[in-house]
Each structure stands twice: as C-alpha cells, then as structure tokens.
Design a protein around this ligand. Sequence first.
Ligand code: XLS
Ligand code: NI
Ligand code: NI
Length: 435
Amino acid sequence: MPSGFFEGIEPIRFEGADSKNPLAFRHYNPDEIVMGKRMEDHLRFAVAWWHSFAWEGGDPFGGPTFERPWHPQDDMGRARIKADIAFEMFEILGQPYFCWHDADIRPERGNFADNLRTLEEITDYIGEKMQVSGTKLLWGTANMFSHRRWMAGASTNPDPDVFAFAAATVKSCLDATHKLGGENYVLWGGREGYETLLNTDMKTELDHMGRFLNMVVEYKHKIGFQGTILVEPKPQEPSKHQYDYDAATCIGFLRKYGLENEVKLNLEQGHAILAGHSFEHEIAVAAAEGMLGSIDMNRNDYQSGWDTDQFPNNTPEVALAYYYILNAGGFTTGGTNFDAKIRRQSIDSKDLIAAHVGGMDICARGLKAAAAMIDDGGLQAAISDRYSGWKTPEALAMLNSDLDDIAAQVLAKAINPTPRSGRQEILESYVNMFV
Ligand code: XLS
Ligand code: NI
Ligand code: NI
C-alpha cells in the first residue's frame, strides 16, 4: 500500500524536448544510446537520503518547515516509514541508485551499541526493499560531523575515544554498505580540520587521518568489499580549514600515506566552487591521476558563498563536467549523486520530485552536449594543434637532455619563440554551439 505521500504523481516518463510538463523528462531517456552506452549507464543517478528525507528544512534562523510523516526522526517505526516513502520516490523517478549516511536512515541513540543495532535493523529492511525494487546502493557513508561527539573531528580528534568511536562507526557502515551490495564507500571529513591552530597539532591530526584511512582500506580487503573507497574534498564548512581541501590536496595526502592505488575521489560541484576552482578543473585533476571516482552534482548559490547544495540547472557547467568525465572514460563504480536539497520553502512532495526530474534532465542534456563535442572533436583538435610542436623528435629529445645542452642549442640555432594565440574566445564560442 503506497503511503499517499506522493499522491497524484505518476512515474516520470520521457516526453521529449518540447514537453512543458515539469514532471516529465525532456532529455533523460534512460535507454537512449550515447557514445555506445545507455544514458542511464553513463549517468548512474543517485538520490541522497540525507537531503531528501533527513533534512527537515531548518536554517540558522528557523526550525523545520517540511513536517513530513516520518518526523520527528527519533523512532525506528518512523525510520521505516521514511524508507517506505524513499522507495516510493525511487520508483517514481526511476533513478537506479541512492546513497545514505548511517544517521539518515536510523535514529541517533547516543551510544554505539544502540546505533549498531538500529543500523543493522534498518539496513536489513532497506535490503528487502532493494530486492523488490531493483534500486541499488551507489555508496554508503558515516555521518561523523553532526553529533556533538564529533565537534573536534572524528579520526583527527584529540581524544582517542572519539577516534575509537569513529573506527567502530566506519566499520559498521562499511559492513552495512557491503551487505547491501554498495558500489562505493565515501569518507567526507567535514570536521577533519581545525578552527584555530592555537589548539591544534596539525601534524598529529594528519598522521591519524592517514592511519585511519589505511585501516578502512585494510578492513575493506578483510571483508572482501569490492567497491571503491572514495574521499570527498571540500575546503571548509563546517570546519574553517578542512584537510581534504580540494582534489590536488587529497591526491598529495593519499600519496603520502600510500593510498594512491586504493582510494579515489568523490568530487562535488559546489565544493569545487568553494575551493576557488571550476568543477571541470577538479574532474580533470582527478582524471589526470586516475583517481576520478564519482561525483556529487549539486551547485552553490554563487553570491552567498556557502554550500547551499542546490540542484544543478546550468547546462554549460554540467556539459563541461561530463565532457571531462567522458574523456576520462566515464564512470566505473561511480555515478552522479544529487547531494542536493530543495529550498526551505519548497514544502510540497511535488517539489522533491520536480527537483530531481530537473536535475536528471539537465545532466542528460549536458551529457548529450558533451558527447556531441567529443564526436565533433573540435576541442581535441585545438589542443593537439596547440601542442603539435612537442611531436617533433627534437622537442622530445629535449626532455632527456639538460640545461647546458639546451642552452647551447638555443645559441646555436638562434631559437626565438613566436607567440601564438591561445584562442580562448573562439573555443568558448565553440562550446556554446553545443550547449
Ligand atoms: C557535505 C558533503 C556531504 C557528503 C557526504 O558538504 O557534501 O554531503 O557528500 O557526507
Ligand atoms: Ni557538500
Ligand atoms: Ni557531497
């Protein structure tokens, strides 16, 4: 028996680019083949349990606005109702995946034994629903930032008891992710960082974080979890300084602690912007190192300067993101997670559906534009042309030479470079032909 929460909303269908129906796909057509693969298999959409079902609509100035049937979220009965309604939404949207934190799916009991028991109970329940619906788990993760015990960090906490609680928590979440056939496990360290150096031993904290992540990888192999371990960079918020600042910082960290072949990155559009980068920069940095894992496709408000987690709605931005993802070979275990929440005034159940429909659609549109750019080859041709000087044997030989020898050549051949246009405006206009 459906709960009635989404009463009157039918499963979303593809109606084509001319449709004016906010509850229809104009571009997302799961079976359509793009670059030899089904659109659904390229995009691998996931709904984030926390923003869609756990967030109650509060902000720093006011309390909950949503008043859902599963609120308040302090009870296992209501945790089940929340799961029932989540799966009703999955069915309506037809997206193949979802993601959770432990704290989204079970009530917080304040002690580990009760948290473990309720996590096992609710993930058994969710597992049954996955069997029936066919919806899969893209990733699981532990919320180690909301409860007050985490206020000074999880693995980087000065208190070893918190480190222990974090280790036990991640073990339980990795076990649950494994049980549900999750394809990845994410660690986002919102409070793995610091507020002031005056009370912080940064070197010790980083060493503890590196050891902790190694323990996670060791445990993954111990239980035979086949999924990918991902870390999610973010420069700040909630901590003033977060250790996983951006893709480049994370890659350096992973190399230092010997994890470069074990851990990849989950990149979030809004976090890239907070770090002062474009999303495609972060994707390209990770891809260049073979560490592109998965993405959280949610944007920030460009004026407010914090992580507002809005659904994507800008085709050019999304198209460039997928352009670099496709160029890197596309997702393997990763996917497109909407780590996005509706606005506080969007209190109707229809808003929740329409937000995902719009997000899925803009991503599909971006994917098609990206594929068309790759097919046309204009950007690749421009880059090959720009670097064509490096295809000559003399240029390549220089890389195995030394400063003395190169300096002698510059004198002997009177080498004097002729500047060439970078053609940025031409290329920007080129991209606009596809979006
Ligand atoms: C917060 C993060 C978080 C992670 C999962 O900014 O994006 O939602 O994706 O813990
Ligand atoms: Ni975020
Ligand atoms: Ni995220």
